[in-house]
Design a protein around this ligand. Structure first.
Ligand code: TMP
Length: 205
């Protein structure tokens, strides 16, 4: 595959979505062919995932819905990569390992390993993953200013998700970014890093 696959991960309230939009925007303005994408996706599968989250379905059903959404998303990602694009995804497989890994803890032995095994046949391996690290209490304070709260923002759960992310990030694929700083600063760090990894065609054709 010719392109580069970058993912952005972090707990709710890490500022991930704002940062991803800023990064995609400035890379685009620099003439880089960026495909910006997200999970849950904007397809019917992504809608099914959101439906399930809102209704607090059981953890195994939820995990399989996220995986179904990802399987279809992977096919799209491969097409962009084959076209030589820089694919930037706001959340990908590590979200399932971190969130459903926390949700299924105590219910399934080693849920992260189980989720990885299930994902193996179809997950597109990211070239780089930016983990936006923010202490859970900071994330929760940020989330308090939003009107809608969902189960995933419950403090003890978010702390368990954060712990999973920190374990996952102990891997050379990850770049841990201090996300207690402004979204502009965080995005700037990621942009510079991506420009170095993807110093390729700035063609505007
Ligand atoms: P978002 O707020 O980044 O759009 O994500 C929606 C919620 O879904 C968020 O609380 C994280 C959660 N999520 C999972 O639990 N597992 C996953 O695999 C993904 C992609 C998201």
């Amino acid at each position: 595959m010719a392109g580069l696959f970058a993912t952005i991960e972090g707990i709710d309230g890490s500022g991930k979505t704002t940062v991803a939009a800023k990064v995609a925007d400035s890379l685009h303005r620099a003439g880089i062919a960026v495909a910006q994408t997200t999970e849950p996706t904007h397809t019917w599968r992504g809608e099914a995932v959101k439906w399930a989250i809102d209704r607090d379905v059981d953890g195994v059903s939820e995990a399989f819905l996220f995986l179904a959404d990802r399987k279809a998303h992977g096919a799209e990602i491969r097409v962009w990569l084959d076209a030589g694009k820089l694919v930037l995804s706001d959340r990908y497989a590590d979200s399932t390992y971190a969130y459903q890994g926390a949700r299924l803890a105590g219910r399934i032995p080693d849920p992260v390993a189980w989720l990885r095994d299930l994902s193996l046949p179809f997950v597109v391996p990211p070239d780089v993953t930016y983990f936006l690290a923010v202490p859970p209490h900071v994330a929760i304070a940020r989330l308090a200013s939003r009107s809608k709260t969902i189960r995933f923002e419950e403090p003890a759960f978010l702390a368990a998700v954060d712990a999973n992310y920190r374990k996952l990030a102990n891997n050379p694929r990850f770049v841990t970014v201090d996300a207690t700083r402004t979204a502009e600063t965080v995005a700037g760090d990621i942009e510079r890093d991506l420009m170095q990894r993807f110093p390729r065609p700035r063609a505007s054709t």
